[in-house]
Design a protein around this ligand. Structure first.
Ligand code: SF4
Length: 368
């Protein structure tokens, strides 16, 4: 009996995962998608608002997953962790509130997990190490995980790849070009990335067909399907494309992402929050803490309440020190200088370009 394969998409409350849900529903309505949201109990109200709007658009429930059956999972796990605040090197928050609930939600079922890493990002999304879960990245021209690419392009598979391309490629000229690349073994001079990019540049769909047939041979999750519609997906979507999907759908851009003006030394700057996740996330920039203080004072003071002598969200600086007027002034001055410089470099002055890279540090599970 063919086992049922689940299709799952995690909504982080950020723009990319939201846009991915819209994109896949529009392009592949035949995929019976399950949506989930790992709730820490400490998100901004705007995030919950966005999830409600998205539910309406999708016409389907987004399942709330909580690491513990309590209203405030974060507080529960912090207590279990000896009241230590999470930090970059000690991210118990991500494993307890995002990864473990997700893996429990899937259990031993076979599942394809769709992740919204964009074509213009130089990072890998969260890829589960469990063999019953396969991750797919529909916004990138390479939709496969690095592990699958590594398996396929292994030098031991050259004959398989040659035979498969030869069977499925109709244009002889193209086949000759492809085979020249395929037959060149990986070496220090010819890396996996170079080989992959060369093959994708010649034909994305053909490469995906070869991968799909290979996945059958190793019994990978996607290989257990008769058909996988994303084999024919050749899109490569950047941040501007994501904004367009959100705006066109009517779901809109997450409220916290909208640019607000601040003034410093008579000059106007713009700030926003650049990512979803807990309002006190230690990955946020100092200007985002200032934004939180000025735009959501209740959430800021709730964050302050977690700090104790020697335990602060930002290394070496307490939130009470950060909101001293002279410190806020300095943070805004530095931020304005940085954004002016970036704005000059990008020339377009568009918000999408000015904020480019601001969001790229951080957690691949929380910020998608
Ligand atoms: S958003 Fe930040 S604080 Fe919250 S779970 Fe993710 S990494 Fe931890």
């Amino acid at each position: 009996m063919i086992k049922k394969i689940r299709h799952v998409l995690g909504i982080s409350g950020g723009k990319d995962s939201t846009a991915l849900a819209i994109y896949l529903k529009n392009l592949y309505p035949q995929i019976d998608m399950e949506y989930y949201f790992c709730d820490t109990g400490k998100e901004l109200d705007e995030t919950y608002g966005l999830i409600n709007k998205l539910e309406n658009f999708l016409g389907k429930k987004i399942e709330y997953l909580r690491g513990a059956n309590v209203e405030m999972p974060f507080d529960h796990f912090m207590k279990l962790n000896g009241n230590w605040l999470p930090s970059s090197p000690n991210r118990w928050c991500t494993s307890k509130m995002k990864l473990e609930p997700f893996e429990k939600f899937i259990g031993n079922d076979l599942a394809i997990s769709y992740v919204g890493i964009r074509g213009d990002e130089d990072r890998d999304g969260y890829v589960s190490s469990k063999p019953n879960i396969q991750t797919i990245f529909p916004f990138r021209r390479n939709i496969w995980s690095n592990e699958m690419i590594k398996n396929l392009l292994n030098n031991d598979n050259i004959n398989f790849i040659v035979d498969t391309y030869s069977t499925i490629t109709e244009q002889r000229d193209k086949l000759l070009q492809i085979l020249q690349i395929v037959k060149e073994p990986l070496s220090p001079r010819f890396s996996q990335t170079t080989k992959l990019n060369a093959l994708l540049s010649l034909d994305i769909t053909l490469f995906n067909k070869v991968m799909f047939l290979y996945l059958h041979t190793i019994n990978a999750v996607v290989g257990q399907l008769d058909k996988f519609p994303l084999v024919g997906n050749e899109d490569n979507l950047d941040k501007q494309a994501i904004f367009n999907i959100l705006l066109k759908s009517g779901v809109g851009i997450p409220e916290y992402y909208k640019a607000l003006e601040y003034e410093v030394n008579g000059e106007k700057g713009i700030y926003n929050r650049t990512r979803s996740g807990c309002f006190f996330c230690f990955f946020q920039q100092k200007i985002e803490w200032v934004w939180l203080y000025e735009q959501h004072p209740d959430k800021f003071w709730a964050s302050v309440a977690y700090e104790k002598e020697g335990y602060t969200w930002i290394q070496g600086e307490s939130l009470l020190d950060l909101i001293k007027p002279e410190r806020i002034q300095k943070i805004k001055e530095e931020h304005l200088k940085r954004t002016n410089l970036k704005s000059k470099r990008t020339k377009s002055g568009l918000l999408v370009d000015v904020f480019k890279n601001d969001e790229e540090l951080g957690c691949v599970s929380c910020f998608v």
